[in-house]
Ligand binder design. Sequence first.
Ligand SMILES: [Zn+2]
Ligand SMILES: [Zn+2]
Length: 333
Amino acid sequence: MVCDLHMHSVFSDGSVWPDIRIQEAKKDGLDVIATTEHIEYQPWKADIPNPDRNRSYEYHSNFAKGSNVMVINGSEITRDMPPGHANAIFINDANKLITKDPIDAYLEARKQDAFIFWNHPYWASQSPDASVPLSEMHKKLIDEGLIEGIEIVNDTTFSNEALQIALDYNLTILGTSDIHGIVDWQYRIPSGGHRPVTLVFCREKTKTSLKRALQKGQTVVWFKKKLIGKEDFLIPLVNSSLKVNSAKYFTNTTVAHVTISNSSDAPFTLRNQSKYDFYNLTDLVMIPAHGEVNIDVRTIEKLRKFELQFEILSALTAPNTHPVVNLIVRPKQ
Ligand SMILES: [Zn+2]
Ligand SMILES: [Zn+2]
C-alpha cells in the first residue's frame, strides 16, 4: 500500500482544512494517510480552538468516506531533543497523549497499541549539522519497543545516518511528506514531481494488516524518484519491475538485441556489471517508468542463454550501497 504517514492541517500548524488533504491523497493515488497533528504545538488555537484532539482524524475520515483512502488516527509527540518528535499512529484517543513527561506520552501510545516512529531525527532545527543525535534515551525507547520505526526521509530531506540506524537497530524504514502547505506546490506535482511516500507490503488492505507489516519492517521508501529500503523488500520490488521482453541476435553477428521493460512508476538508472559490454550504450542504462530500453549486447559468441548484471544506481539498500540484480536472457534462435 502507498502510504503517507505524516501530515498536518489547520488542527495543528498546517495551512489547509482536512478536505484538501483527502483530495490531495486521492489525486496522488495514495492508499493510506495518517493524521499526525502536533500534540504540543497548536499555533492557531486562539482562532481555531481544538479541545478534542481526535477531531482532525474524524474530519479526515469523514471526507475520505466513499474513496479508497484509508485514514489512520495519529499524533505527533512534539518535544525538544531528546527525544525530539515522534509519530504515534493507530491510536484511539489523541487526547490522552497530552502529558507533562514526554515518556508518558510514549507509554500512553503503547497502551493504545500504537506504532511509534522517530520523526526527522536529523532535523537541522534540532541538530544543526543534520546528524542523528542518538542518545541513551533513544536507545532505551528502542529497547522497550517505544520506537519501532524511523524516518530516513522527511519532506525534501534524507539521512544516510538514519538509514544506518534503521539497519543497526532493526527499525522500520519510513519516508513521509510531513506536509504543512499544498502538496502540488511543495513537490511540483504538475511538472512530474511526487511526494515522498512509504510503500508497505501487506497481505490485505486493512488497518490490522498494515500495522503488522509496519511492525515487521516491510517497507520501501519512494523519494525523489529513488527507492530506498532493506534488501529483502527492495530487491523483489526491482525484480518484479524489470523484465527481459525480447532478445534476438542481429543477422550474421554476435550482437544480441535485448529489450528490457520496466512496469513500475520508478525510472531506473542501471550500471552494467555484466561480463559483456554494449554496442549501443555506455555502461549507464536508463529505463523510464512504464517504458523500455534496447540494449545491444556484445556476447562475442552466439549464446543460447546469458546473464546481464546491473547495479541499480537509483535504489539504495544501505548508505551508499546499491542493490545488484541479474537478468537472464535467452535469445530467440
Ligand atoms: Zn516534527
Ligand atoms: Zn510533523
